[in-house]
Design a protein. Structure first.
Length: 339
């Protein structure tokens, strides 16, 4: 088996990382500013949904720092202990974001809703006071700021997702930062609407149950987004194959190389968002000499990297194709109709 490893950062890698960092920094600035405003609104009125939203913004701010740290650590060079590099650090830190969002954001909001519900059921009346309009202005301003951050994330992701819709892009993306920011900003926008609902109806009706409902909805939303994000990131941590388009491009490059009769079998694995390992067994003519096989493999490597620049680790094993390489037919299920 011949192997070839490339550590050169591609232009695509740099562009993707730049797009991700731009969206992360925009979200970080928005969340820091909004968190301060929300804490101020809560201090003036004591509205539970404002506190839940403030903690939500603090959690999001911490999450943006985690994503930036993960991106920085992933750029470390490979070592003897980690020969394929540290690309998966980005997945690790994205998974940590899901845990933070679930625990600090979602669970805290649900606890605050429960605590507020006990006060409402006990008959305790909470007056928002003469500053009741402050949370409404803060929430409207926060919706505008989060909307701008979300627009930035959508614009930056459009450069990577092509014609894919946002939901499909989030499920299929190998780089975690943009999907994380998209989910965070989406959850923040919906959460702000829930908080505004709770504040306005609490003021109009004078009943704190609407504050409870708004806070609880924020908590449930954050838990749902955190679970979705954790599931997607877990799949990346376990190791995902390259996209069907990348696999097809590599296979076409191999079969298009002079001297390669066919691809017997091939496996791919993402070592990081922009790093793919390819291991393939290829059929060569039985009359080829060792020198000819080596030259053939060199040509194949050049063709593969031209077709898919994210291939950084490449292992090609030449073999002579025979019928034994055919996959065994799958046994029919009992009771399956015969053709």
């Amino acid at each position: 088996m011949t192997d070839s490893t490339s550590t050169t950062e591609t232009a695509g890698h740099s562009a993707t990382e730049h797009n991700s960092n731009k969206a992360i920094i925009a979200a970080l600035a928005a969340n820091t500013f909004i968190a301060l405003l929300k804490f101020g609104g809560w201090a003036l009125t004591g509205v539970s949904s404002m506190l839940a939203e403030a903690i939500h913004s603090v959690a999001d701010t911490g999450n943006q720092f985690l994503l930036l740290i993960g991106g920085r650590r992933a750029r470390r060079a490979a070592t003897a202990e980690h020969p394929f590099g540290y690309g998966r650090e980005r997945y690790v830190f994205a998974f940590m974001v899901a845990i933070v969002m679930f625990s600090i954001g979602g669970v805290f909001a649900l606890y605050e809703a429960w605590h507020k519900l006990q006060e409402v059921l006990s008959g305790e009346h909470h007056d928002m006071g003469r500053w009741w309009w402050v949370p409404i202005l803060i929430l409207i301003g926060a919706i505008c700021a989060e909307g701008l951050s979300f627009r930035t994330a959508v614009r930056e992701s459009s450069k990577a997702r092509g014609r894919q819709d946002l939901l499909r892009y989030i499920r299929a993306a190998k780089a975690p930062e943009l999907p994380v920011v998209l989910l965070e900003d989406f959850a923040a926008l919906i959460g702000l609407v829930f908080a505004l609902f709770g504040v306005v109806l609490t003021k109009v009706t004078g009943h704190g149950i609407f504050d409870v409902i708004g806070t609880a909805l924020i908590g449930l939303l954050l838990v749902a987004v955190a679970v979705t994000l954790a599931a997607e990131t877990k799949s990346l941590l376990l190791g995902e194959a390259a996209s069907p388009a990348a696999v097809a491009a590599v296979a076409a490059a191999l079969t298009g190389t002079d001297g390669v009769e066919r691809v017997i079998h091939m496996k791919t694995l993402h070592l990081g968002p922009e790093e793919i390992m390819v291991a393939a067994k290829i059929a060569v003519r039985p009359t080829e000499s060792a020198a000819e096989v080596a030259a053939l493999i060199n040509r194949a490597e050049v063709a593969i990297r031209a077709a898919e620049p994210m291939v950084t680790s490449l292992y090609l094993e030449p073999d002579i194709y025979s019928e034994s390489h055919r996959p065994a037919p799958r046994p029919e299920r009992p009771g399956a109709p015969s053709h």
